[in-house]
Design a protein around this ligand. Structure first.
Ligand SMILES: C[S@@+](CC[C@H](N)C(=O)[O-])C[C@H]1O[C@@H](n2cnc3c(N)ncnc32)[C@H](O)[C@@H]1O
Ligand code: SF4
Length: 363
């Protein structure tokens, strides 16, 4: 049964210079209304009325939509008691009244894109808000009733220092934030920075030091490093994302959304016109082979702070994990990048830094 769903809202006020996510800036109200109409039809077509444990409305910038439109999306679904219902917001697009209304229609988790609390950095990466707006947004979300608030930060930004990054994290923790997502800057095809590499980018070593400094700072303050990019005060881990990393099923609705149902991965069209023309069509619709499913389980499991569960993998895939992967396991146990746990194995902090290389070795 599929009990998690992701809904993509592909609109932004402006395009941030580092961002390659599917989002269309500066769209008018008519385009947005037409998109919502198609989205509701897609949900009605595919959703089988399961009680959802989690719903995540992400983007783009979902907070650019009217509350009535967001409410009409929520109304499409059934929810379990205490379901986790998240919306991503950009600080410049919300105020206290808007967040109070988000809470009133049923959202109980809010993820605020802060990225940095240094105004010069924010400006240089094309963010539309400043640090003070970001901090006021946190306070307004708390006043609006949200107890489960997450903040996104990027490290490795132009001119960012370890000290300024750590100071940003401490500021939001001091405000009572209990969930933080940290992403190392990635400059990929499709963003402004890809064609116009900014100067003063921290090098790989400095980016790694920022990550390690963040782990130390947050763990000292009671956060659990429960996933490679995510930190939470225990019990406030994102249940929606934990489902992804535990190989769980989920619906993906909207432009460019991905889904995973019945061992089949799929994604929707990335273009607004293509999607609106035929929202029933899926791209890359593909049943995974047993070998691919095993690789994905390893890949996703090693992202988690508690790592992979060997008994579970052995039973699911009828293998002897220790035997099949003895060479790669021994290599990284020896260097300390992989650590033995009661259930199996996990990556160490240094292992997380090299996760791409280590996981490629498994695959
Ligand atoms: C898809 S965005 C949605 C959040 C919201 N639109 C906002 O930016 O305020 C989710 C998060 O991904 C991260 N992100 C986006 N592009 C990134 C990049 N190139 N490198 C690292 N992190 C990135 C940012 O932290 C961002 O908040
Ligand atoms: S980072 Fe967020 S606000 Fe900026 S362009 Fe990407 S999706 Fe839009």
């Amino acid at each position: 049964m599929t009990q998690c769903a992701y809904v993509h809202i592909p609109f932004c006020k402006n395009k941030c210079k580092y961002c390659s996510f599917v989002s269309y800036p500066k769209q008018n109200a008519e385009v947005k209304k037409s998109y919502i109409k198609t989205l509701l039809k897609e949900i009605e077509y595919f959703y089988k009325d399961e009680s959802l444990k989690t719903l995540y409305i992400g983007g783009g910038t979902p907070s650019l939509l009217d509350i009535e439109d967001l409410d009409s999306i929520l109304q499409c679904f059934n929810f379990e008691n205490n379901a986790e219902i998240t919306i991503e917001v950009n600080p410049e697009t919300v105020n206290f009244d808007y967040m109070q209304r988000l809470y009133a229609v049923g959202f109980n988790r809010i993820s605020i894109g802060i990225q940095s609390l240094d105004n010069n950095i924010l400006k240089s990466i094309g963010r539309i808000h400043d640090a003070s707006t970001a901090l006021q947004t946190i306070i307004a979300a708390q006043k609006a009733g949200f107890k489960n608030i997450s903040t996104d930060f990027i490290y490795g930004l132009p001119k960012q220092t370890i000290d300024s990054f750590v100071k940003d994290l401490i500021q939001v923790v001091d405000l009572g934030i209990k969930h933080i997502s940290l992403y190392g800057l990635k400059i990929e095809d499709g963003c402004y920075f890809y064609q116009n590499i900014p100067s003063h980018l921290p090098d790989d070593d400095m980016q790694a030091d920022m990550y390690l400094a963040a782990i130390e700072t947050l763990e000292k303050r009671g956060f659990s490093h429960y996933e490679i990019s995510n930190f939470a005060i225990p019990s406030l881990e994102s249940r929606h994302n934990m489902n992804y990393w535990s190989d769980g099923e989920y619906y993906g609705f909207g432009v460019a959304a991905h889904g995973y149902i019945g061992g089949v991965r799929y994604s929707n069209f990335c273009g607004l016109n293509e999607y609106e023309k035929d929202y029933t069509q899926k791209e890359f619709l593909r049943a995974l082979s047993k070998k691919e499913r095993l690789q994905e389980t390893i890949f996703l499991g090693f992202r988690r702070g508690d790592g992979i569960d060997i008994a579970d993998i052995n039973e699911k895939f009828c293998i002897d994990f220790d035997k099949v992967y003895s060479t790669v396991l021994n290599k990284y146990l020896l260097t300390g990048h992989i650590i033995k746990t009661a259930q199996g194995y996990k990556l160490s902090d240094n292992g997380f830094l090299l996760s791409n290389i280590i996981l490629a070795d498994f695959i």
